[in-house]
Design a protein around this ligand. Structure first.
Ligand SMILES: Cc1cc2nc3c(=O)[nH]c(=O)nc-3n(C[C@H](O)[C@H](O)[C@H](O)COP(=O)(O)OP(=O)(O)OC[C@H]3O[C@@H](n4cnc5c(N)ncnc54)[C@H](O)[C@@H]3O)c2cc1C
Length: 478
């Protein structure tokens, strides 16, 4: 087993027959890193951080844990979960980034993809690494992305992975935002857009709520694209409330003409201008039936990779102002379309009308696009909304507590009002709560799968669903 470092306590605890790590070194910095995550609300110190060099190393770490009572193992991707899901208190944390060498990403043939290709990717690879590998080496990219690409493939797939797009490769993108004062109009248009036939659909549909103010984080200034027209509040209809909505769509342009090094630059420019104008007209025609506030529409042409990397700019700014490293009391929900208008009235307009110091995403998705074999829990009905309260607060202590309480109050309101909703990235502490989350049938399937694949509950202790068992079924004491 090849371990790059492991702390001394765990090394001392390692049973002789478990196979010794080839490298053992105390690393307080690595332990500190593995003891926290992006959420900044939970801390759990591991006994050791393991850098696996191969799949065999992962297997060996799990075998070693199985031989010791109470030792657990957590895979850690990029640590961007918010409730300690990638942590292992007193256990082993496998740093999956160690396995993510670019040379380990391979293009493979498959009958399950429309173009016959798939990528074979180490779980610890960042989506950003997959994007650059695919585009540069093969002119290909996955069909769907998360909004932010510095998440690992394994960490995202283990939790879900949502965004507002299906994929068509192209070097330019027309990216458009339009504003609504009426939530009913917003949802009607958003649902219409996500149910359009593929040949008449945008490649990406998302949206967010923002507040009727000049707040740079939550208000009007967050909607226009830099360098373009500004937000003119005079265009809002009389009686526009404290909360507004922005629908965001993107159309990818398929490149008819690949730029060649000996292309004449002027000809290229003229061709590009022509293609951009055509795209603009096409997007305008697709937007024409929508009921957004006329005049409050913003568009920009960006490259495909630039569009997919858009959240990197948010990261840079948040690192500058200190809110990246601060706690993130985020709350992510799936709310059924049946209840979304009532949810908006009670929660978004009712409880969060002053904004949340970060984006409030709210956009529809289709249940039929989700694989029923995964363990994600969704509300009933074909259309449901992602509601993501992505708070970036710089103040610690009491302010964080207040926001965590507000999250609890939102959940309590959803339950009290009988909304059909599920938490996304759930973080429950008791079995009845997990059972309610999955529903009776799916909970049974989940428990059966755990018993089959991880009978001692060694893995994923940070999810706090199954306590580490000391006996196998049949009574063998470990
Ligand atoms: C700024 C930001 C933007 C985000 N944007 C989106 C978005 O657009 N869409 C979306 O769906 N989510 C989004 N998320 C949430 C994100 O997808 C999840 O938090 C995800 O789990 C983070 O990935 P990670 O690599 O950091 O995983 P970690 O936090 O390291 O791990 C998460 C879970 O996955 C497990 N895990 C990690 N790697 C593996 C592996 N190789 N094999 C098995 N299990 C593994 C861990 O044990 C843990 O339980 C965002 C989060 C942040 C902080």
């Amino acid at each position: 087993m090849m371990l790059a470092y492991m702390d001394r306590a765990a090394a001392a605890a390692e049973p002789e027959d478990a196979g010794s790590p080839s490298t053992v070194a105390a690393s307080a910095a690595a332990d500190d890193e593995a003891a926290r995550d992006f959420g900044g609300l939970v801390s759990a110190r591991p006994a050791a951080v393991v850098l696996p060099a191969s799949v065999d190393d992962v297997a060996a770490a799990i075998r070693a844990a199985a031989l010791r009572p109470n030792l657990t193992v957590a895979a850690r991707g990029n640590g961007h979960s918010v409730s300690g899901q990638a942590m292992a208190e007193g256990g082993l944390v496998l740093d999956m980034r160690a396995l993510a060498l670019p040379r380990r990403i391979h293009l493979v043939r498959t009958s399950q993809s429309p173009n016959g290709f798939a990528a074979d990717v180490p779980g610890g690879a960042l989506w950003e690494e997959v994007l650059h590998w695919g585009v540069k080496q093969h002119g290909l990219a996955p069909a769907s992305w998360t909004d932010y690409l510095r998440l690992t493939v394994g960490g995202t797939l283990s939790n879900g992975g949502v965004s507002g797009q299906s994929f068509r490769y192209g070097p330019q993108v027309r990216w458009t935002r339009v504003v609504y004062a009426s939530f009913a109009d917003y949802t009607a248009d958003a649902e219409w857009l996500v149910t359009r036939p593929a040949d008449a659909a945008f490649d990406y549909v998302e949206g967010f709520a923002f507040v009727n103010s000049d707040d740079p984080v939550n208000g009007w200034p967050m909607v226009p694209f830099p360098g373009g027209a500004g937000f003119d509040p005079a265009l809002l209809p009389a009686g526009a409330g404290p909360v507004l909505y922005c629908l965001e769509v993107v159309l990818y342009q398929h490149n008819q003409h690949q730029h060649q090094p000996d292309d004449d630059d002027d000809e290229d420019k003229v061709r590009n201008r022509g293609e951009k104008e055509k795209m603009k007209r096409k997007v305008s025609a697709m937007m024409a039936p929508l009921k957004y506030v006329r005049g409050l529409e913003f568009g920009v042409d960006v490259g495909y990779v630039e569009f997919l990397s858009r959240v990197n700019r948010v990261e840079e700014e948040a690192r500058r102002n200190g809110s990246w490293a601060a706690p993130h009391p985020w709350l992510n929900l799936f709310v059924s379309a049946r209840d979304i208008v009532a949810f908006d009235a009670a929660v978004i307009k009712g409880m969060l009308a002053d904004g949340i110091d970060g984006p409030m995403l709210i956009y529809p998705m289709l249940r039929s696009k989700w694989d029923p074999n995964t363990s994600v829990a969704l509300p009933d009905g074909e259309i449901f909304y992602l509601v993501a309260l992505l708070r970036f607060c710089r103040d610690g202590g009491a302010a964080v507590e207040e926001l965590v309480s507000q999250n609890r109050a939102v959940l309590a309101a959803c339950r009290a009002n009988g909304y059909d909703f599920k938490t996304y990235f759930p973080s429950y502490r008791s079995e009845p709560e997990w059972r309610a989350h999955f529903g009776a049938t799916r909970w049974k399937r989940f428990v059966d799968r755990k018993a089959r694949y991880d009978p001692l509950a060694i893995l994923a202790p940070g999810q706090k669903i199954f306590p580490r068992a000391t006996t196998k079924a049949g009574g063998t004491v470990i």
